[in-house]
Design a protein around this ligand. Sequence first.
Ligand code: SAH
Length: 272
Amino acid sequence: MNAKVWLVGAGPGDPELLTLKAVRALRGADVVMIDSLVNPAVLEHCPNAKVIGVGKRGGCRSTPQAFIQRLMLRYARQGKCVVRLKGGDPCIFGRGSEEADWLRDHGIEVELVNGITAGLAGATHCDIPLTLRGVARGVTLVTAHTEDDSALNWQALAQSGTTLVVYMGVAKLEDVRRELLAGGMAGDTPVAMIENASLPQQRACFSDVSGMQAAALAFQLKAPAVMVIGQVVAQASTRAALGSLEPLAVGDTRWLSGEAPLADPLICAAGG
Ligand code: SAH
């Protein structure tokens, strides 16, 4: 492959959720730059590439964005084929388009490759259809966290009638809860909070909007997690399997899969 940067979505964690195109890009890579949310197991597709960890997760040594971009540029200018592996999809809260624009402005050929975003994977792994005829005619992906703390129109979201999928929300659960209730969302709207979606250590906690903060606290919900909010959550057949068709009581917690929460092996693995 020629000098080029591939901005590739590695999916939510399960290495089998990688696309064939992502595998092809990895096979042709000279240099692979891997984010901390990416499962290192996918590196089996690039045994001969130089692998550089460029994680940016809270609490770990982080790699500044500008440094990552310059590194990609440097390798591409050396004629190397660079794959930048990002968790989920590169363009869902992943800066994929910003990086693509910056590289193109510097004369580098770029190709973006979709990945399965965490919200979709989490919902599917909990048997939650994000849209459903007669129940939800749409889905909205939002981040609870922004660099500039810019406001989100929670009232519009609360009243949109679409399923909400909230990323980066673990530390903001109380804000999300308060804003949705203030915006007119019914307190008994079902919520699923899904941690480590698609990985063996996936856990999910079911609650409702009123009780989500208390339930998450009791569950010791940790990042990375996505929140799925809406009537579609009531479809989760796993709940039926757990014998709980009624909304769960506040603080009631269930393991969906796996035993105890494992220490996330990815948190610092690719931190520097
Ligand atoms: N580009 C990624 C999102 C990056 S933002 C994607 O498309 O999935 C980081 C946020 O994604 C985390 O705070 C969390 O909300 C979510 N996330 C990423 N991987 C996850 C996983 N395996 N399980 C649950 N949430 C995940």
